[in-house]
Write a protein that binds this ligand. Structure first.
Ligand SMILES: Nc1nc2c(c(=O)[nH]1)N[C@H]1C(S)=C(S)[C@@H](COP(=O)(O)OP(=O)(O)OC[C@H]3O[C@@H](n4cnc5c(=O)[nH]c(N)nc54)[C@H](O)[C@@H]3O)O[C@H]1N2
Ligand SMILES: Nc1nc2c(c(=O)[nH]1)N[C@H]1C(S)=C(S)[C@@H](COP(=O)(O)OP(=O)(O)OC[C@H]3O[C@@H](n4cnc5c(=O)[nH]c(N)nc54)[C@H](O)[C@@H]3O)O[C@H]1N2
Ligand code: SF4
Ligand SMILES: [Mo]
Length: 697
């Protein structure tokens, strides 16, 4: 028996925790967290532990496929890699020759492994790189830019040293980042208080000191009232505010009417509790983290709500503070050189983005990096501002990640080429013209990643085992396409040369990763203080007034508008995550499926009683002609206006025997929902739909 341990990086979700894989006689047997990684200390979440079941699953794409039937019919022919890559490269070349270089659209899931294929996109001359984020954290990103002038990932969360953490619309113990969970639990053991503001009792609520069961969609009112109380009782950090917040008086005037007493009616939370929270936070300041949220593609005021969160943190002096939200430390901050970038090999493409982000009236204030892919779909449908004819969905399943699959498909009709690059089946892969199957993470290497943090580091993903099927690493796919499209600088045939290129000039060698899989770039953790130049706004301060936003016709401070109450026989559809699954792509994982084969519909006891529904009954949830069956979970601990389900279930693909037909899909209950996007923050407002619930016959 030959046993070895390989350091790598988990790929079961987008957090990418460092791992250690036990390989016995060439078989990946057991995965645990990398014991050398800060915050991880050997631990993993259940999905990370179930990575072996993904690897050894026969129900994943095993070789390249080219469609032979109609789109979505599921008729394929098996292709060799040469044939599939030739096919894609030839189609891309023909489309670009006819419609221009910019007629190719690409979307992915963001993250630290993008450099190589983004260089490919630059090389072929398209400006249309996008990611998934208008269905996820775009409102937070644009709110951070609007308030600080830098992005959401330019501040960290010092959960270990915090004295009070507020989770609003942030399900930290179920929507897992292992290091964050460990750090917060350690912090709580050392006395940190936890406050949870949620529409239902999620797992964090069960561990909280304060739990506020809020009326769905009224968080902005709650936060305005907290700001009002902090000002009214002079609880804020006056020095920090004087030094670092501009136009604070405008904020003071704006919130004058938004008292806790006013907010009580809106939110259902007693005024006294709101005031009490403000006092508790002031006591713990500046070691306070009011988490800005993550999956905030929920309401049309989520952007403004997140802005208030950042402002509250600033008022408590927590920006840059120990135990608060320290400024993110990058390699350059500790005197180290960052990885060399493949993207720098090519100039930024000249053409304008098809989604209009950064240049079109009303879209100039948005973060340009990954654009807004939903708006690029408008361009596919209309041909305006110019046609998009080819689309590569890389690690992205828009047909599940955006509302109303049929509607999204209807927007894609004009595509001449749709390619899915994926390791599992998905609605999008099933609908594609070509499926390019990548090797799951245990079977592939990736480009080296940088992890910013108090001690920035480089981390490497090495393959634990050889590919079982005819699948390839991501770099192999894009190097193969690059070769065919004449991009010599990306024509690599081994990963070592790619790593060498990245490490060039850093003083780090590939061997340096052998010992632990991680190369730390600093000896001691660094806490960067707030100083001149920290905030990248015109005033150099945290800004209440955002001229760029106002230039696009949106107010800096949005007057509160009460959300619509559901009609008498309806409920607001709400959703979230669970610790056992990642989005839609683990339901068919044999181990995780065994633990949680279906989702349930949370419904309030009184409402359920009136409808004659008990826990475990089958109910139908419907909206606008779409209807799905799901089991009920009846509870006192959800707001009566809402029903809730875990996202990612309700699969319909025949190739996924386990997931097929289990549970319901929340995204199908949001008719034409992709068109309901937030002009200020850029994200889709997915929780602005009302569904009917009835006992199933
Ligand atoms: N209604 C509703 N819609 C939602 C959500 C919701 O809660 N409700 N959640 C939203 C959120 S927060 C997000 S982030 C999005 C997520 O949705 P997506 O951005 O689509 O992300 P995933 O479902 O994680 O992955 C998409 C596909 O990529 C494949 N994949 C996974 N890892 C890799 C990899 O390393 N490389 C490649 N090439 N492929 C890989 C998976 O098998 C899967 O088929 O959905 C959003 N949409
Ligand atoms: N296990 C697991 N972990 C994950 C993921 C996963 O799929 N599985 N996905 C990753 C990704 S891509 C993301 S974006 C993050 C998401 O991380 P989070 O955004 O923290 O996770 P969610 O569970 O979607 O939602 C957070 C909470 O918002 C609550 N909520 C819904 N509506 C409202 C409202 O109107 N007001 C308030 N106050 N609360 C509301 C929900 O009940 C839920 O408890 O998780 C990441 N981590
Ligand atoms: S949070 Fe879990 S699934 Fe995500 S990378 Fe970490 S161990 Fe893997
Ligand atoms: Mo997300």
């Amino acid at each position: 028996m030959v046993k070895e341990y390989v350091y790598s990086i988990c790929g079961m979700c987008s957090v990418r925790c460092p791992i250690q894989v036990e390989v016995v006689d060439g078989r990946a047997e057991y995965i645990q967290g990398n014991p050398h990684a800060p915050g991880i200390q050997g631990s993993l979440c259940p999905r990370g532990a179930a990575g072996t079941a993904l690897t050894y699953d026969k129900e994943r794409p095993q070789h390249p496929m080219i469609r032979v039937g109609e789109r979505g019919e599921g008729k394929w022919r098996k292709a060799s890699w040469d044939e599939a890559l030739d096919y894609v490269a030839d189609r891309l070349k023909a489309i670009q020759a006819e419609y221009g270089k910019q007629s190719v659209l690409f979307s992915d899931r963001g993250g630290p492994f993008r450099d190589f294929y983004r260089a490919f996109l630059r090389g072929i001359g398209t400006p249309n790189y996008n990611n998934h984020d208008s269905a996820c954290a775009r409102n937070v990103q644009n709110a951070a830019l609007s308030v600080f002038g830098f992005g959401r990932k330019d501040v960290a969360y010092d959960l270990k040293n915090a004295k009070h953490v507020v989770l609003q619309q942030r399900n930290i113990f179920e929507a897992v980042n292992v290091a964050e969970v460990n750090n917060l639990l350690n912090g709580m053991e050392a006395g940190c208080k936890l406050s949870v503001i949620d529409i239902r009792a999620n797992v964090p609520a069960t561990k909280a000191d304060n739990f506020f069961l809020i009326r769905p969609g009224t968080d902005y009112a709650f936060n305005l009232a907290v700001i009002n109380a902090l000002i009214d009782e002079e609880l804020y950090d006056k020095q920090f505010v004087a030094d670092w917040i501009s136009d604070f008086d405008v904020l003071k005037d704006f919130v004058a009417g938004y008292t806790p007493e006013w907010a009580e009616d809106e939110t259902g939370i007693p005024a006294a509790s709101i005031r009490d929270l403000a006092r508790q936070l002031a006591e713990a300041a500046p070691s306070v983290i009011w988490h800005p949220g993550w999956m905030t593609a929920r309401y049309s005021d989520s952007f403004y709500m997140t802005r208030t969160i950042y402002i509250i943190n600033a008022m408590l002096g927590s920006i840059g503070a120990k135990g608060g939200m320290p400024l993110m430390v990058k390699p350059g901050d500790v005197g180290a050189k960052g990885l060399k970038s493949f993207m720098d090999l090519y100039p930024k493409p000249e053409g304008k983005r098809v989604d209009g982000v950064g240049w079109m009236e009303g879209r100039k204030h948005f973060d340009q990096g990954p654009g807004l892919v939903n708006l690029a779909y408008d361009a596919i449908a209309t041909g305006e501002p110019y046609p998009i004819k080819a689309y590569i969905a890389h690690r992205h399943d828009p047909l599940m990640a955006f509302p109303d699959k049929d509607d999204v498909v209807s927007m894609w009709k004009n595509l001449d080429l749709l390619v899915a690059v994926t390791f599992s089946w998905s609605d999008t892969a099933w609908y594609a013209d070509v499926v390019l199957p990548i090797s799951p993470y245990l079977e592939r290497e990736d480009t080296i990643m940088t992890k910013n943090g108090a001690k920035p580091s480089f981390i490497i993903r090495k393959r634990a085992i050889a590919p079982i099927y005819d699948t390839k690493a991501i770099w192999e796919i894009y190097a193969g396409l690059a070769k065919r499209m004449g991009l010599e600088a990306l024509d690599y045939d081994n990963i070592e040369d790619i790593w060498k290129f990245q490490l060039d000039g850093t003083g780090v060698s590939i061997e340096d990763f052998d010992k632990t899989g991680i190369v730390s770039l600093a000896k001691e953790p660094l806490l960067k203080p707030v100083k001149e130049g920290t905030f990248k706004t015109p005033s150099g301060k945290i800004q209440i007034i955002d001229a760029k936003l106002e230039g696009d016709g949106m107010p800096s401070l949005l007057p509160y508008v009460s959300p619509q109450r559901p009609p008498a026989d309806r409920f607001r559809i709400t959703f979230g995550r669970c610790a056992l699954h990642t989005q839609g792509h683990t339901v068919n994982n044999a181990l995780l499926f065994e633990r949680m084969p279906e989702n349930t519909l949370w419904i309030h006891t009184d409402k359920a009683k009136a409808l004659g529904i008990a826990t475990d009954d089958h109910v139908t949830v419907s909206n606008n002609g779409y209807s799905s069956k799901i089991r009920a979970f009846v509870t006192d601990f959800i707001h009566p206006e809402a029903v809730f389900m875990i996202h990612g279930f309700g699969h319909t693909l025949p190739c996924e025997s386990r997931a097929l037909g289990k549970g319901a899909a929340d995204n199908l209950l949001m008719p034409k929902g992709i068109r309901r996007y937030d002009k200020s923050g850029g994200a889709i407002s997915m929780q602005e739909h009302f569904v009917q619930v009835a006992k199933a016959q």
